[in-house]
Design a protein around this ligand. Structure first.
Ligand SMILES: [Zn+2]
Length: 318
């Protein structure tokens, strides 16, 4: 290993939370079978991934790709040490997450009023009210499922344009006050840049401390990895990423998916940040998943040339 971490200000370790099965698959028309989803989770686990967002409890008529989330969650729970999360748009979804024993449920909130109405059919403050109901339901059930409030369109919005930092922070605080165990920031439409990420992350850490738990960056304009790096530098150490960068957003024309998991794992390893991920195994899984998505756009760079020799040596030394 290099001794880069000795003089780096970066965290010694970071978590890549895989969201390809949710954010990725929900945005593309090709359906992946339940068996393939379970195979994806098995291989991701074998490659060292320990946090996976396995689906979304939304009405199947809206997102048929997510109709098997309960089954996929039940499978994910059989892998020891894997933390399985699900997205829940409302109390009804949260009740299914609690019933299914998800380790974590994420309630998305759009800081952009316009995006919130278009995407969730609720104002941001109505989503805060839903958080209160979800927290009450979780506590009444005696459930261990953690609740994350995900503040989306935190860096701008394709419909509304500017989203004020003060509004993002107000809603983050409101989610915590309403009972969220933790909060995260999402650049849903790829408007963030390293400077804005650093600024907003610093302020979010001031509000939430280590309850600000995750950064979610889309690579629409090619800055997802740079944005991760900016957040790392101020101490954020969990990031959502999507294998092969699959995904997009129905309200963001030309959007691409999240940071590609395999590229992010490579960048972190190269910077001396431990992830526990075996990159070659992840690349093998990438090839498999791409094979299940014929004709769908996929992203990322590492798969083209593979790991450099220097990185292979570092992997072997672990
Ligand atoms: Zn997203």
């Amino acid at each position: 290993m290099s001794n880069k971490s000795d003089f780096s200000t970066l965290p010694a370790q970071a978590v890549i939370r895989e969201v390809g099965l949710r954010d990725g698959l929900q945005s593309i028309p090709t359906r992946v079978s339940t068996a393939h989803k379970c195979e994806w989770i098995t291989d991701a686990f074998a490659a060292g991934q320990r946090e996976i967002e396995v689906g979304s409890f939304v009405p199947p008529r809206l997102l048929p790709q997510m109709a098997d989330t309960a089954e996929v969650l039940a499978f994910a729970r059989t892998l020891p040490g894997l933390k399985a999360s699900v997205l829940v748009p409302n109390l009804k979804g949260a009740e299914r997450a609690i019933e299914g024993g998800a380790h974590l449920m994420i309630l998305p909130l759009s800081a952009s009023h316009a995006h919130s109405l278009a995407n969730l059919r609720k104002t941001p403050d109505e989503v805060v009210d839903e958080m209160k109901r979800i927290r009450a339901a979780r506590d009444a059930a005696g459930s261990q499922t953690l609740i994350e409030g995900g503040v989306g369109t935190a860096f701008g919005c394709t419909i509304q344009g500017e989203v004020k930092t003060s509004e993002v922070l107000r809603l983050m605080q409101a989610l915590l006050d309403a009972g969220a165990d933790r909060v995260s920031l999402a650049d849903t439409v790829g408007y963030a840049d390293p400077h804005s990420v650093r600024e907003l992350s610093e302020q979010a850490l001031k509000i939430a401390g280590d309850r600000f738990c995750c950064g979610h960056f889309h690579d629409t304009r090619g800055l997802a990895l740079a944005n991760v790096y900016a957040a790392l530098e101020v101490g954020v150490s969990r990031f959502d990423a999507s294998l092969a960068g699959i995904g997009g957003c129905p309200h963001a024309p030309g959007a691409s998916g999240n940071a590609a998991s395999e590229d992010l794992a490579f960048m972190l390893q190269a910077c001396g940040v431990r992830t526990g991920i075996h990159i070659e195994k992840l690349l093998a899984l990438r090839a498999k998943v791409v094979g299940w998505l014929p004709g769908e756009p996929t992203h990322g760079a590492l798969w083209r040339a593979g790991l450099p020799k220097t990185a292979q040596a570092a992997t072997a030394a672990h």
